[in-house]
Design a protein. Structure first.
Length: 200
């Protein structure tokens, strides 16, 4: 009996491991292919019809479009897959445990004044109310983080764009070394970036 149960457990564990590995593999493959397709699409839109040139002439200039395409698409694909798969998992879990909670909880009888109220499956309704309260609280707390997250992406794109010029500092080392400390800092900080469209 024990040996049979042990073999059964090993088979279930092996099946679970295989499913988990394939789930990770398929998720990463989908992420890579989706991000590759989006990158090709948005690069074609940015470089087509001289859109990059018209963006520089507008009143509201684009904020490091090359860096933002790479970073925003990565965040979009990661976030969409995470939320989508999480929603699917939550729906499956809800459908699985709803019947269990309904059968286990039974009915709750409440007496309010002269009224007699019977709530069938009260544990299910309590779980739903708890989930709704947690969702509302998360929305209220996380709402202001949207603007902060946007600023973080913009600052990181600025830093990555300026780091391109800093990486080219050795090719301009003599010019920078002969300048004053203030000019040296400006020469590195104001290196050609995707925002100015400069290339040296």
């Amino acid at each position: 009996m024990f040996t049979h149960a042990l073999v059964y457990f090993c088979v279930l564990a092996a099946v679970f491991i295989v499913i988990a590995v394939y789930q990770t593999y398929l998720g990463q493959m989908l992420q890579i292919r989706w991000r590759r397709w989006l990158t090709d699409h948005y690069l074609a839109e940015w470089l087509g019809d001289r859109a990059y040139f018209h963006l520089e002439l507008g009143r509201q200039r684009a904020d490091n479009p090359d860096q933002r395409i790479a970073n925003d698409l990565q965040l979009f694909v990661d976030g969409t897959l995470t939320l989508g798969l999480g929603l699917l998992s939550s729906v499956v879990a809800l459908a699985s445990f709803a019947a269990i909670l309904w059968n286990l909880s039974g009915s709750l009888e409440l007496s309010v004044s002269d009224a007699h109220v019977v709530i069938p499956g009260y544990m299910l309704w309590a779980a739903l109310l708890y989930a709704l309260a947690g969702t509302w609280l998360t929305h209220r707390i996380g709402g202001p983080l949207i603007a902060l997250n946007f600023d973080q992406q913009r600052f990181e794109a600025d830093f990555a764009s300026r780091s391109y010029g800093c990486a080219r500092t050795p090719s301009r080392s003599r010019c920078i070394a002969e300048s004053t400390p203030r000019e040296r800092r400006c020469a590195i900080a104001l290196a050609p970036s995707s925002r100015t469209g400069g290339r040296s």
